[in-house]
Design a binder for this molecule. Structure first.
Ligand code: ZN
Length: 148
């Protein structure tokens, strides 16, 4: 199987069977809502941080397959990480999506999120792929400020 086909399968799988979908609206969650007017994507992310570990990430949104599937992949990649590790993963995702090279270690670390590598060739879709990640980044920042 070609790598591109594998990537396409990952995206379609997460689009059809989204992980961690639906908001819990419970105490201890930071909620961030972001909108991508260029495509119409709308995304809300909830993040729960306890003792500097990401305990839970929830996503709920509407939009294109790139945006919705990317939100699903993001939740799986961030849950269980420390805030610092998660922020690094998010930054690496931005680097990849802009077409920048990553080290083997960074590629390994991104896991299924590598499926969006091809998006770098379609600048108009970069906002779709990064919307949920931007919301998570903001939620983590707010969670961090709350703990101080
Ligand atoms: Zn979109």
């Amino acid at each position: 199987m070609k790598l591109e086909d594998l990537y396409r399968q990952v995206i379609m799988d997460h689009y059809k069977n989204p992980r961690n979908k639906g908001l819990v609206e419970a105490d201890g969650y930071q909620t961030v809502h972001l909108h991508n007017p260029s495509c119409g994507d709308d995304m809300t992310i909830e993040v729960k941080v306890e003792g500097n570990i990401i305990k839970d990430v929830r996503q709920a949104g509407t939009g294109c397959s790139i945006c919705c599937s990317s939100a699903s992949v993001m939740t799986e990649e961030l849950i269980g990480k420390t805030v610092a590790e998660a922020n690094k993963t998010i930054q690496n995702f931005y680097q990849m999506i802009q077409g920048n090279d990553l080290t083997d270690e960074e590629i390994e670390e991104l896991g299924e999120a590598m499926a969006y590598k091809g998006v770098s060739q379609f600048p108009a879709r970069i906002k779709c792929a990064t919307l949920a990640w931007k919301a998570a980044e903001k939620a983590l920042k707010e969670a961090d400020e709350d703990e101080k």
